[in-house]
Design a protein around this ligand. Structure first.
Ligand code: ZN
Length: 575
């Protein structure tokens, strides 16, 4: 079936409930109604564009996306805020970037030049752009908020003054956790927020606001004096620069992370915002933020589930050579948007997930196609677990959009084999695809796009060179000459049957049937250990003669790809 042909009324017939998304939506709606009935419901994500925004960070966005989308499906007014923490300091120069960028450490991410060759105006924009592009493909609708814009425009002025006034109280809250010696100090810079940032200790006592120096624009500053009555603040920079400013008019600095985050929960009235495991240990920013938002900003923390890590398979060589981890656009090169959404929605946030760049992607696609078939039959009354149906419906579209899908979703592994044996040649690909099913031939590659393009990209980028298929240029004369009578006979049976079996189904029964005929068994004989051994030996011989190895893509696909004339040439023993 085609996902695009999923009848509109299926979404109505199959209510997407019974999964974690529906349960969080229940909780968030109840909580929002308790806090402020009739108000727009706010779900939020926060991303620091300090480097490549990887597939783990995508969970920070997709988790609230699914919940907000479900709230929208229920007809409620909801917004998904994406807070860009682009006013965070540049913390270190990542591998692969000119060491000269060390000069910018301590400056806001929006004041650091983009990496060489980038078309973007600064570091933050350079790393935001690919995520924004991926979210668009994934059908994720967000309202982006730049923290640089918010802080430098003075939007948070009142909140900054409040935090300054309440510094002793904030210091006391932080102190409860400091004494436990569990504050997270060693987390790596994973782009998910400033988990390790200085929490605001200073020479004259605790101060929760960090100025960027007027001379060097770095946050290598220490506040040395603050007057509550006038809001006069004096700071000194490591470079010796010092000045006294009025905090109420000052626009070049920000609250330290552990105060900044709860301030924004209050400012935006956030009801749902998940966070990564590094933000949820005792003494970490989510836990401390929950105290600060209540005791200082007079608001409540969001419902905030912890989401687990996202693993990657099949990218280890790749990532070490590029000095980077894969980003969502990399995954979208090899898989369609609905499949990537499904990988994130089918598991609860606290379960880890894996995005496959290796052979596993083929198995995931098989599983996805099987689910699509089950959902299609469910619309006619068959039983499918509601959680699975919900996961499917949330993957193929949102409350407002049905995502692009492949009109004729042939198995990914078949398309990958076709792209592999033809090295992506469109004329050859369409010839093979036409022959797959002569009853209902593929006429144009557009019928199998975009899935075909994803499978072809996977073959070209991630299939190891030693696993690619190269059809041999000339017959293996030596091997052909060495065949015994039984082997010659098997090849003859295959060649004689080619014309009448020229389809995926026909060739499948032919290659399995030849050994049966040889063993004197009927075509529908059940497999025995002896028969299986004969089949394996026959397949290995065919692979040897066609591609010079003992294994290869599924034989029927390979035979269709090689073509009948070429098969005869490569498989005919000398007389
Ligand atoms: Zn300075």
């Amino acid at each position: 079936m085609s996902t695009s042909s999923l009848p509109r009324d299926v979404s109505a017939a199959l209510r997407p409930d019974g999964d974690w998304v529906a349960r969080f939506a229940d909780d968030v709606i109840a909580e929002a109604d308790r806090r402020g009935p009739g108000r727009q419901i706010v779900c939020a994500s926060g991303i620091s564009p300090s480097g490549p925004i990887h597939l783990g960070n995508l969970r920070e966005v997709l988790t609230p996306h699914f919940v907000a989308d479900e709230i929208r499906r229920r007809g409620r007014d909801v917004v998904h805020l994406l807070s860009w923490d682009d006013y965070d300091r540049f913390r270190r120069v990542p591998a692969g970037i000119d060491p000269a960028w060390a000069e910018h450490v301590g400056r806001p991410l929006t004041s650091v030049p983009a990496p060489p060759g980038s078309p973007y105006p600064n570091w933050a924009e350079h790393f935001k752009a690919p995520l924004v592009a991926a979210l668009d493909v994934l059908g994720v609708e967000v309202r982006a908020v730049s923290q640089t814009q918010m802080y430098t425009s003075g939007a948070y002025s009142e909140q900054v003054l409040l935090a300054a006034r309440e510094r002793a109280r904030i210091d006391a809250i932080l102190g409860r956790y400091r004494t436990k010696q569990v504050v997270h100090q060693d987390a790596d810079d994973d782009g998910s927020g400033a988990a390790t940032e200085d929490d605001g200790g200073s020479a004259f006592g605790y101060f929760p606001f960090k100025p960027y120096c007027a001379h060097c624009n770095r946050d290598t500053t220490t506040v040395t004096a603050y007057d509550d009555a006038t809001t006069a603040m004096t700071y000194v920079c490591e470079d010796g620069f010092t000045e006294t400013v009025l905090l109420r008019d000052f626009r070049r600095g920000k609250l330290v992370w552990k105060v900044d985050w709860p301030m924004r929960w209050a400012y935006e009235a956030v009801v749902f915002e998940p966070s990564g495991v590094d933000h949820q240990s005792p003494g970490s920013s989510f836990v401390v933020g929950g105290q600060i938002v209540r005791e200082v900003f007079g608001a409540e923390p969001p419902i905030g589930p912890m989401y687990a890590f996202v693993g990657i398979s099949g990218m280890s060589k790749m990532s070490s050579s590029r000095g980077a981890v894969p980003i969502p656009l990399d995954a979208l090169q090899i898989m369609e948007a609905p499949l990537l959404r499904w990988l994130y929605v089918r598991r609860r946030p606290n379960q880890s997930i894996t995005v496959a760049f290796d052979q596993e992607v083929q198995r995931l696609y098989d599983e996805w196609d099987a689910l699509a078939r089950r959902v299609a039959t469910a619309s006619t009354g068959a039983e499918v677990p509601t959680g699975e149906v919900a996961g499917y419906l949330r993957s193929v579209g949102t409350a407002t959009t049905l995502l692009e899908s492949t009109p004729r979703p042939l198995p990914y592994r078949t398309l990958a084999s076709v792209a592999d044996v033809t090295t992506g040649d469109p004329v050859q690909m369409v010839r093979i695809l036409r022959d797959l099913d002569p009853e209902d031939p593929v006429i144009s590659l557009d019928e199998v796009r975009p899935r075909l393009d994803k499978a072809a990209a996977w073959v070209a980028t991630y299939l190891p060179a030693d696993q690619r298929t190269h059809v041999v240029a000339t017959p293996d004369a030596e091997l052909l000459a060495s065949l015994d009578e039984q082997q010659r006979n098997a090849l003859r049976l295959l060649l004689d049957g080619l014309q009448t079996h020229w389809s995926l189904e026909g060739l499948t029964s032919l290659v399995y049937g030849v050994p049966k005929v040889q063993e004197g068994l009927p075509p529908d004989a059940a497999p025995t250990p002896e028969l299986k051994a004969t089949q394996r030996a026959f397949f290995a011989l065919l692979y040897r003669l066609l591609v010079g190895r003992d294994t290869g893509p599924r034989l029927p696909t390979l035979l269709l790809a090689v073509g009948a004339d070429r098969i005869r040439q490569l498989l005919t023993p000398p007389p």
